[in-house]
Design a binder for this molecule. Structure first.
Ligand SMILES: Nc1ncnc2c1ncn2[C@@H]1O[C@H](COP(=O)(O)OP(=O)(O)O)[C@@H](O)[C@H]1O
Ligand SMILES: [Mg+2]
Length: 247
């Protein structure tokens, strides 16, 4: 049975404490490693034979690497906590989805991923920030791509619903185990060797900036579906028929 992660903890997710805890956890390892290698250098300095000097050079390389890792963590953190300067204007969601699929065409084909695009007929205009929304969809599609290392099918649909415009991105990838489903939006949560774990954190932030909702359902070995519901724009008063008399 599919399980959905509804993200009840919206508030805590966005909160600085959650992020700070993530950062603290992230910087522990590199700091520990730097400490150990400094101790090794101090030991080598007490008896500076030529082989001791050679290992010292290696220790310094490790320290340098760890420092750039720390730098990356800080840069990512600042990115994650920085308020977004979204400016929402009326735009077509379908156009963004079409552009994105076109943009990713080569990469998807090379991965053996077949793309199905089924966009809503009729008006799909919502209040959006094109730059950020593109980034959000890109992060979602990239995750799908990573989840289908041996190829598969990526389905992107949009549908006009009473409650809003619904976009669903479905893949036939590895799927997400139920116990991990509630963690995927957390900053720094990743199951990948070289993942930042910030992709979906950013997606969540962008979706919320659009006043939209996101949910993910997944089944291991079957695939994953990411659903985003954009609210319809409020009808502007000028567009309503004016029935009164002008004095
Ligand atoms: N479409 C998907 N299929 C399978 N797993 C996914 C999918 N999308 C996200 N995930 C899981 O959620 C985790 C977090 O995703 P994300 O925040 O984008 O970070 P990253 O891609 O850097 O790991 C991934 O590492 C993966 O385990
Ligand atoms: Mg990702």
């Amino acid at each position: 049975k599919n399980r959905e992660s509804r993200l009840r903890r919206a508030e805590s997710l966005a909160s600085l404490t959650t992020l700070a805890a993530g950062v603290a956890h992230e910087i522990k390892n590199p700091l520990g490693s730097i400490g150990i290698h400094i101790q090794l250098i101090q030991r080598a300095l007490k008896n500076p034979t030529s082989s001791a000097l050679a290992t010292m050079a290696k220790d310094l390389d490790v320290i340098n690497e760890e420092i750039s890792r720390l730098n990356g963590i800080v840069v990512d953190f600042l990115f994650a906590v920085r308020p977004m300067d979204t400016s929402l204007v009326l735009g077509s969601v379908g156009k963004i989805l079409k552009d994105l699929v076109e943009f990713m065409d080569g990469e998807l084909a090379q991965a053996g991923v077949h793309v199905k695009l089924a966009l809503a007929d009729g008006d799909d205009t919502v209040l959006l920030d094109e730059r950020f929304l593109k980034q959000a969809f890109l992060n979602i599609v990239k995750n799908s791509l990573h989840a289908m290392p041996d190829g598969g099918v990526l389905t992107v649909t949009s549908k006009r619903m009473v409650s809003g415009l619904e976009v669903v991105v479905t893949d036939t990838g590895t799927g997400i185990p139920p116990e991990l489903l509630e963690k995927i939006f957390e900053p720094y949560f990743t199951t990948k060797d070289f993942g930042s774990g910030l992709g979906l954190t950013m997606v969540y932030k962008i979706v919320k900036e659009h006043g939209a909702d996101i949910r993910v359902s997944s089944k291991v070995g079957v695939g994953t579906a990411v659903t985003i519901l954009f609210p319809w724009p409020a009808r502007s008063p000028q567009l309503l028929d004016f029935k009164g008399e002008v004095p």
